[in-house]
Write a protein that binds this ligand. Structure first.
Ligand SMILES: [Zn+2]
Length: 254
């Protein structure tokens, strides 16, 4: 686990004259103490500190990402990562209306159990979906091409890798690293799966399917095209595209 980004990010913030009141703190239960930590919010388009960004946005806080929170524990349980996500949600202005902390408090334990015990089924479903070569994946590959993303691999392969990275993050409860595009494809994988093998009468599958729809509703406006391959904590994402994009922009002086 790399922890070198944190002081670097903070020093960048300090260079820009924005001094956070306190360092962000990670609690033992995985949640974050982020009171007055708006300094962690950055523009996902240009990587500038959120308040210093000059991008033309359609709304306050759209396409925002968060950098500089302490890394989660390597072997963090889903419930810990869900609490982290809930803590981060509070920082994104477009998502203020959703009480993420109350949601995780209430539904988190059952969801965490479902992810731990049946997450492997979601991996199977998404692998079957990849094999199916569904037209939606072709459409997304075309979108990737039209967005002129810095792809290091064939667009179709990038789509599959995106789905796999988002699936790994999803079943860990690491929702801050699930991209919108990944979420759409996981949702499709649920809908297209072999119902005789993965019955929706399976309560754990139901719980995971429900949360996908909750995420879709509350986070639908979070990222606009062509930034839908970013996630809330894009720098931690295993998504090749999110990482390439983020590394490219953060390595350049903006
Ligand atoms: Zn910007």
């Amino acid at each position: 686990m790399s922890v070198s980004e944190e002081p670097e990010t903070l020093s960048n913030i300090l260079k820009k004259g924005e001094v956070p009141a306190d360092q962000p703190i990670q609690n033992d239960d995985g949640s974050l103490n982020l009171a007055n930590q708006q300094a962690l919010v950055h523009c996902g388009r240009c990587s500038s500190y959120f308040m210093a960004c000059a991008c033309e946005m359609d709304g306050h806080g759209i396409d925002s990402v968060i950098t500089g929170a302490p890394d989660p524990r390597v072997d963090a349980k889903p419930i810990e990562l869900l609490r982290r996500w809930a803590s981060l949600m509070v920082l994104i202005p477009t998502l203020y209306q959703f009480d993420s902390k109350a949601y995780v408090e209430e539904d988190g334990p059952a969801l965490s159990k479902a992810l731990e015990e049946s997450g492997s089924k979601v991996v199977e479903m998404t692998e079957a979906y990849i094999k199916m070569n569904h037209p939606v994946t072709d459409q997304i590959a075309k979108m990737f091409e039209s967005w002129k993303l810095p792809l290091s691999e064939a667009p179709k392969q990038a789509v599959h890798d995106e789905l796999r990275a988002s699936t790994r993050a999803f079943i860990k409860g690491d929702f801050a690293c699930v991209t919108k595009i990944g979420r759409v494809m996981i949702n499709n994988a649920f809908q297209m799966c072999d119902q005789s093998k993965y019955s929706m009468n399976d309560l754990k599958l139901q719980v995971m399917f429900v949360v996908l729809n909750v995420l879709d509703q509350v986070m639908s406006i979070e990222f606009t095209a062509p930034y839908q391959f970013l996630s809330m904590e894009a720098y931690r994402s295993e998504s090749v595209i999110a990482k390439q994009f983020w590394d490219k922009y953060t390595s350049e002086e903006t």
